[in-house]
Design a protein around this ligand. Structure first.
Ligand code: SF4
Length: 406
C-alpha cells in the first residue's frame, strides 16, 4: 500500500518547519495478513481476484482451525488482520472471529462489498470494534451496478457507508480503476467528501482471477497518470485544509516514483528527503510485509497469487510457511534487491518501487521476474535511453502472452 497522504503530511511539516520530520521506525513485526475467510459472495464482480460466486465452497477452515491459526499469527507478531472474502459477512461466525481478533489486540479490518450491511449489522460491526471497514465502490450508480452485476448494489453500499459513519466506524472507499470506470473517479472523490468518509483506497487493476480475464480493459497509462495526479492534488489540498482524510493506493508501486516526480516539480528542495523516505518504504512488499491466507488455508505471497500456494495452515503453521524460502518465488520476493529484469533492472527508481507487482509480469510473460508491464513511467522518467520502450513487455489481453502478441 502506498500512503500518499502520509508523505504529503510530512512534506507539509517540512515546508512549515524547514526540516523533514523525524519518523519513528516501526518495530519489526510479522506481515499484515489479508484473510479470505469465505469464498462465497452475493456478487460476481468483474475484477474479483477470488472468482467468487454465490454458492458454498467445500473445505473452508472451521472456527476451531481459524482460532489455531490466529494463535500462531499472534505469536508471530502479525499486527493486522484484514478479514475478507468472498463476502466475509456471509460467514455465520464472522463476528465471533472478529471479536476474538480484537480481544487478542490485532488491528482488525473488514473488507466488504457493503450490500449486506443493514442497521442491525452496522450495530454489530460497531460493537465488535472493527478498526476499519473498507467498502468497494467502483463508480457512481450506473457504473458500479454494472461492475457488480447487481441492480441496486450502489445504493446498498452507500447506505452501508452512512450507517457505519453514523456509528462512528472508520470507513474507506475502495475503488479499482479500469478503462470502464475511470471517468467516475472525480465524482467518487466528491462523494467521499460529501459522506465524510475517512479514507480512499485507489487500487490499480492487478491480473488475478476475473481481473486477469478482463485485463484487456485495464486503464491506459495516460489515464492512470491523470488519475494519480488528481489523487496527489486532492491529497495535498486535504492536508492544506487540515482534513483527516487518507488517500492510499495499491497494486502499482510506480506510484512512489511518480509522487517523487510530482513533488520534485513543485518543491525541488524537498525531493531528496522524500526520496530517502520512499527508499525506506521500498515498494512492493508481497511475500514480505503482506501475506494472504485463502478460505481453504492456503498461504500466498498476497491476494493476487492464488494460483501459487506456499503451503497450507492445516499442515504447517503460518509462521513456518512464511519463513520458509525453499519456494523459489518466496526466495525471490524476500531477496533484497529482488532479481527483477527488463527495464526495471535499469530503472533509477528500482530502490523505491522494488520492481512493482510480480503477478502482472508472471501473467503476461510466464516469468515472475520479468519487468512489470503495468509501469506507467516512460524511459526518460526512469533514466533509460529514449526509445528503449520499444523493447518493453506489452500489455496483452487475457489468453495471450506478450511473446505471442508481437
Ligand atoms: S521501471 Fe520497474 S522499477 Fe522502475 S518504476 Fe517502473 S515498475 Fe518500478
Amino acid at each position: 500500500m502506498f500512503r500518499i497522504s502520509q508523505y504529503l503530511r510530512e512534506l507539509d511539516a517540512a515546508i512549515r518547519s524547514g526540516a523533514w520530520p523525524a519518523v519513528r521506525t516501526p518495530r519489526p513485526s510479522g506481515p499484515v495478513v489479508i484473510w479470505n475467510l469465505i469464498r462465497r459472495c452475493n456478487l460476481t464482480c468483474k475484477h474479483c481476484y477470488a472468482l467468487s460466486a454465490d454458492h458454498d465452497y467445500a473445505g473452508e477452515l472451521s472456527k476451531a482451525e481459524v482460532d489455531t491459526v490466529m494463535d500462531d499469527l499472534k505469536a508471530y507478531q502479525v499486527p493486522v488482520l484484514i478479514l475478507s472474502g468472498g463476502e466475509p459477512l456471509m460467514r455465520p461466525d464472522l463476528f465471533e472471529i472478529a471479536e476474538r481478533a480484537k480481544a487478542m489486540r490485532f488491528y482488525t479490518g473488514l473488507s466488504t462489498n457493503g450490500t449486506l450491511i443493514d442497521a442491525h449489522c452496522a450495530d454489530r460491526i460497531a460493537a465488535t470494534g472493527f478498526d476499519y471497514v473498507g467498502i468497494s465502490l467502483d463508480g457512481l450508480k450506473a457504473t458500479h451496478d454494472k461492475f457488480r452485476r447487481l441492480d441496486g448494489a450502489f445504493d446498498r453500499s452507500l447506505a452501508a457507508v452512512r450507517l457505519l459513519r453514523a456509528r462512528g466506524v472508520k470507513v474507506g472507499l475502495r475503488f479499482t480503476m479500469t478503462a470502464l470506470n475511470q471517468q467516475d473517479l472525480p465524482a467518487l472523490l466528491a462523494l467521499m467528501r460529501e459522506e465524510q468518509v475517512d479514507k480512499f483506497y485507489f487500487s490499480h487493476l492487478n491480473y488475478a482471477g476475473r481481473g486477469n480475464i478482463h485485463r484487456g480493459k485495464d486503464s491506459q497509462f495516460a489515464a492512470t497518470r491523470q488519475a494519480m495526479e488528481l489523487l496527489f492534488e486532492r491529497a495535498w489540498q486535504s492536508v492544506q485544509e487540515g482534513r483527516e482524510e487518507d488517500y492510499v493506493t495499491g497494486n502499482n508501486d510506480a506510484d512512489g516514483p511518480f509522487l517523487l516526480q510530482w513533488v520534485a516539480a513543485r518543491w525541488p528542495e524537498w525531493a531528496e528527503a522524500l526520496r530517502e523516505r520512499l527508499v525506506a518504504w521500498g515498494g512492493n512488499s508481497s511475500g514480505v510485509n503482506i501475506a494472504n491466507i485463502d478460505n481453504l488455508g492456503n498461504v500466498h505471497p498476497d491476494t493476487m497469487w492464488w494460483h501459487h500456494s506456499l503451503g497450507n495452515v492445516r499442515e504447517r503453521p503460518f509462521s513456518a510457511i512464511w519463513s520458509d524460502t525453499s519456494d523459489p518465488l518466496m526466495a525471490g520476493l524476500k531477496a533484497h534487491p529482488r532479481p527483477v529484469g527488463g527495464r526495471c533492472a535499469g530503472c533509477r527508481h528500482f530502490a523505491i518501487c522494488g520492481g512493482n507487482t510480480r503477478v502482472r509480469a508472471q501473467q503476461l510473460t510466464g516469468d515472475a521476474w520479468a519487468e512489470d508491464p503495468g509501469c506507467y513511467l516512460d524511459d526518460e522518467e526512469i533514466g533509460l535511453a529514449a526509445g528503449a520502450d520499444a523493447a518493453r513487455v506489452a500489455l496483452a489481453p487475457f489468453g495471450r502472452r506478450e511473446s505471442e502478441h508481437a
